[in-house]
Design a protein. Structure first.
Length: 221
């Protein structure tokens, strides 16, 4: 399992990108920027963004570098503890016929060479006619549901990537460029998938903000 400290992220001091990479490295660069900025008449805000979500990673910048490192290590330890071994699998819910679907049960006996599927039991609520149809399918309800989900997932994969990239880009630009000229128009162009207009509208924004935004939006258009 990937550690919290290995999370890929990017740090900005004001509009300038000062570090990108794993959190354990970027956090120390950001701490240096915070301390340096504190001596200036008008300190520039220092923000760290999670590259996978565009969420801001909140850290306590107070104290010396040593004190910051100690708090950071404690926070990393807490994340590791919370992420620990997963919860034990729950028993499978009954199928439409009321019998347990042994194909998804972690305790079910497996035949020679049968791979462990790693499935997770969750509650699913359907209408009676849906359960009746699922129960009539080869392999039972769980197998049929997995097949349906795979088909739906593949058919919507591109749309999901576009939607996720657009949402991430908007979140980042709202934080870093909400005050920039043309922000509202650029937002509309983003969600209209009008890349030419979007690029034209953000052309006057700070270079580092543009660069990071375009990286996030690689799948949005």
């Amino acid at each position: 399992m990937k550690k919290w400290t290995d999370m890929l992220c990017t740090a900005f001091e004001g509009n300038q990108c000062i570090a990108t990479g794993e959190l354990k490295t970027v956090a120390m660069a950001a701490k240096s920027a915070v301390d340096r900025s504190a001596d200036q008449r008008t300190p520039r805000p220092v923000l760290i963004f999670n590259d996978a979500t565009s969420e801001i990673i909140e850290l306590d910048w107070r104290g010396s570098v040593s004190e910051f490192q100690t708090r950071f290590d404690l926070l990393a330890h807490e994340h590791a503890r919370m992420a620990g071994p997963g919860c034990p699998d729950l028993p499978d819910a009954p199928t439409a016929s009321g019998a347990t679907d042994t194909a998804t049960s972690p305790e079910a006996a497996r035949g020679p060479g049968r791979p462990r599927l790693g499935v997770v039991a969750r509650e699913v609520t359907l209408l009676p006619r849906h359960w009746e149809w699922l129960a009539s399918q080869p392999g039972g309800a769980s197998v049929a549901l997995r097949k349906l989900v795979e088909v739906a997932r593949r058919s919507s994969e591109v749309k999901d990537r576009v939607r996720q990239a657009s949402a991430m880009g908007y979140k980042f630009m709202s934080t870093m460029a909400g005050h920039e000229p043309g922000f509202e128009e650029a937002s509309r162009a983003l969600f209209a998938a009008d890349q030419a207009r979007f690029d034209a509208l953000i052309a006057a924004w700070p270079v580092d903000v543009q660069t990071h935004l375009k990286k996030i939006l690689a799948d949005a258009f």
